[in-house]
Ligand binder design. Structure first.
Ligand SMILES: [Zn+2]
Length: 342
């Protein structure tokens, strides 16, 4: 009997709170984060009474305001609204005509770019019979990008067209990678955090197969998601502590082959971000190494290029961390290069 009561209680907690799509990742929510591309205005804010978002964010502009929910969905409400605490675990956003529950973060965007645009842009290129290289710069957030830009450490990337883009919640590799290759948030593609590997929707690799296009996914030593094509895995052959150099070697080879879609996942910026912090000397020096890799690949590849990150990187006591719905973790650069000489 006791067990039954506990199960019922849990069911009520998980499904009875009015969230749009309850998921297994629903966790205690300590409030809502309000941020733009470079500032956190409120962190884990729990409103005591209803308060308008425009009262909390300077230079409020509803056109690109995004609500990021605990189920991984992103909603663009298009108008100001009030936030209030609706239950022990959730903050909701309300206007006269809509209510969105379990809002984790509110992003005051300059644009509507999202890492999910990777899928849409790449698919468009393939449908237009173009070729595309996608480079996943793991853990390269907008903050590190801006620091690298200031210090002149990204001579190549700084020449590309760039926009700030929003990652997905929870901002970790599995979820960000899945969002990039499916064009959907975790609420639709089913990959919410590091414990998920299966996609509920088709990815760009499945689309490429259907279109009769040839694609390759160049990864490090672990398969992160179960994609329609198996990744080419690599180990640290020369024992220098990095796998990106082995990935780079294969990437240089395949750019000369007849691939329509090349997806390359570089890990080293994230590794150093965790060890030393998002803008530590070691991290920035490695960003410069990756910039060099990318420049070389760009010189060998005449197709289109899309370069973005799965998530950003924040400071913690030891070095770096990501997984929160704030500016450091959620805002990343999104670079594009058109095809050349075709
Ligand atoms: Zn990481």
């Amino acid at each position: 009997m006791m067990k039954k009561i506990i199960v019922l209680f849990l069911a009520l907690v998980i499904f009875g709170t009015g969230c749009q799509r309850a998921t297994a990742t629903t966790e205690d929510i300590q409030g809502v984060n309000l941020f733009d591309r470079d500032t956190d205005y409120e962190t884990y804010f729990v409103p005591e009474t209803s308060i308008a978002v425009s009262d909390l964010i300077p230079e409020f502009n509803s056109a690109n305001m995004a609500l990021i929910c605990s189920d991984g969905s992103t909603v663009y409400p298009m108008s100001d609204g009030v936030i209030r605490e609706t239950s022990a675990i959730g903050v909701s956003f309300e206007t006269a005509t809509m209510q969105v529950d379990d809002v984790v973060s509110i992003y005051m965007g300059q644009n509507r770019y999202s890492i999910t645009d990777t899928y849409r842009d790449a698919k468009q290129i393939l449908e237009d019979n173009g070729r595309v290289m996608i480079v996943l710069l793991d853990g390269f957030g907008n903050y590190a990008y801006k620091r690298a830009l200031e210090s002149g450490q990204i001579p190549y990337l700084s020449t590309l067209e760039e926009h700030e883009a929003l990652s997905v919640y929870v901002p970790v590799t599995n979820a960000g990678f899945a969002a990039m290759i499916t064009g959907q948030g975790p609420d639709v593609n089913g990959v919410h955090d590091r414990s998920y590997r299966d996609l509920k929707v088709q990815s760009i690799f499945g689309d490429a197969l259907e279109m009769g296009k040839k694609s390759i996914l160049i990864e490090a030593d672990i398969q992160i998601l179960n994609t329609e094509i198996a990744p080419e895995l690599h180990v640290d052959v020369n024992g220098d502590g990095n796998i990106d150099d082995e990935i780079f070697e294969q990437a240089k080879e395949v750019v000369g082959e007849d691939y329509d879609l090349i997806f390359i996942h570089f890990h080293g910026i994230d590794d150093r971000g965790h060890d030393f912090g998002p803008d530590a000397e070691e991290t920035m020096a490695y960003v410069q190494v990756i910039d060099g890799y990318v420049e070389t690949l760009a010189s060998l590849w005449d197709g289109n290029m899309i370069l973005t990150a799965d998530h950003g990187m924040d400071f913690d006591e030891e070095g770096g961390y990501h997984g929160r719905g704030n500016t450091m973790d959620m805002v990343v650069p999104y670079f594009t290069r058109e095809c050349v000489g075709q």
